[in-house]
Design a protein around this ligand. Structure first.
Ligand SMILES: [Zn+2]
Ligand SMILES: [Zn+2]
Length: 191
């Protein structure tokens, strides 16, 4: 099975990366719990490659979500006074509590870490968002479109161009684990 993606190549020095860099499973481990890692495509000068870069841009969405969840919980408690404690209401409460826990966890992570986003490959803080426009190709089978992205290779000055390049998917996905500080947890012998 192959998935559409783009090779990104600097038109000056030939450095390359791939939009597939963010694919895979990424999780923070905290207190024995797993939380998913939000990530965007970045360029890391230390890896000299496209990398998955931590992303902490969802603070507003989380606050809105938390307020909604709090209201939801209030409604549940009111209903509980008049209703029997049925199985579905227990499940609903657990679901709401899990959601609340996840959102508050992530919100405190963002407040702690925003501005210290790390390259999820090497841990460097020098990576920056690949802010170029990555074109959506029309057809994979013929006439692949090569397009400028507008993203300049940091420290080089060349511009990345995007070249369609479907990637063959490996069936084995090795999860990547991190501490809350964005440092990789080595899971030796895990496979
Ligand atoms: Zn370059
Ligand atoms: Zn890196």
């Amino acid at each position: 099975m192959s998935m559409p993606c783009m090779t990104l190549e600097c038109d000056k020095c030939g450095a390359t990366g791939s939009t597939s860099a963010t694919w895979g499973e990424y999780a923070y481990i905290d207190g024995g719990e797993e939380y998913s890692v939000n990530r965007i495509l970045g360029w890391c000068p230390d890896c000299a490659n496209c990398v998955p870069l931590e992303e902490f841009g969802d603070e507003e969405r989380l606050i809105t979500g938390l307020m909604e969840a709090v209201q939801d919980t209030g409604g549940y408690l009111r209903k509980r006074i008049v209703l029997f404690l049925s199985k579905s209401s227990v499940q609903r409460r657990n679901y709401t509590l899990n959601k609340l826990e996840e959102m508050t966890w992530r919100l405190s992570l963002i407040r702690e870490r925003k501005g210290t986003e790390k390259c999820l490959r090497c841990g460097s803080s020098n990576a920056q968002e690949f802010s170029g426009g990555i074109p959506v190709h029309k057809s994979w089978s013929h006439d692949p479109d090569i397009a400028a992205t507008g993203f300049k290779h940091p420290g080089c000055g060349g511009e990345f161009i995007a070249i369609p390049n479907p990637v063959r998917l490996s069936l084995v996905i090795t999860p990547n684990y991190y501490t809350v500080d964005g440092d990789r947890i080595i899971t030796e012998g895990r496979d």
